[in-house]
Design a protein around this ligand. Sequence first.
Ligand code: AMP
Length: 190
Amino acid sequence: MTYLILVGAPGAGKGTQARLLVQELGLVHISTGDLFRYNLKNKTALGIEARTYMDKGELVPDAVTVAMVRDRLSQPDCEKGAILDGFPRTPVQADALTAMLDEWGVKIDMVPHIYVETGILVERLLKRAITEGRADDNEETIKTRMRIYKEQTQPLLDYYGERGLVVKINGDQSVEDVQKELIAAVKSIF
Ligand code: AMP
């Protein structure tokens, strides 16, 4: 069982790197943002609830998010472990994840932190708005998401740092070079 948590600000490249890492490690990629977007597209009750928060760049309530992740991690394809992308995002979610994994007798192996300077992130997100057309990649929402990342998600780096799990990955390189650094870090623990 291998559990990795990718931490990084919006636009740091977590999704891209997680998808590449899946091919390398044969683990399942779980992105809470993708799960919410899937539900939104299919107009499920969960999607409709999440939409009001996502449109503003705010976080979907912890209870809703945790229940969705528990459900996803319980699926048979997660039996070898998972790469978590965009979850946990708050200390409450981190505690819930720890409790969940304790219950299943498994632990988090590593928390790669993909770091990129804020100015570069905003530029990247505005570009992504044009290429991918994500509804929440507009200037107003980007500001909110960056603020929420700083206030609520960055404290997780202390939470996992105290447990010796955080490994810094320089996200301001080409996709291939970030991937090389990430794979080397992950492989060092096996
Ligand atoms: P992302 O694709 O990770 O940037 O997520 C897009 C949006 O989905 C976020 O701005 C939130 O509204 C919602 N979201 C994704 N992951 C979480 C999470 N762990 N907790 C709460 N909301 C989330």
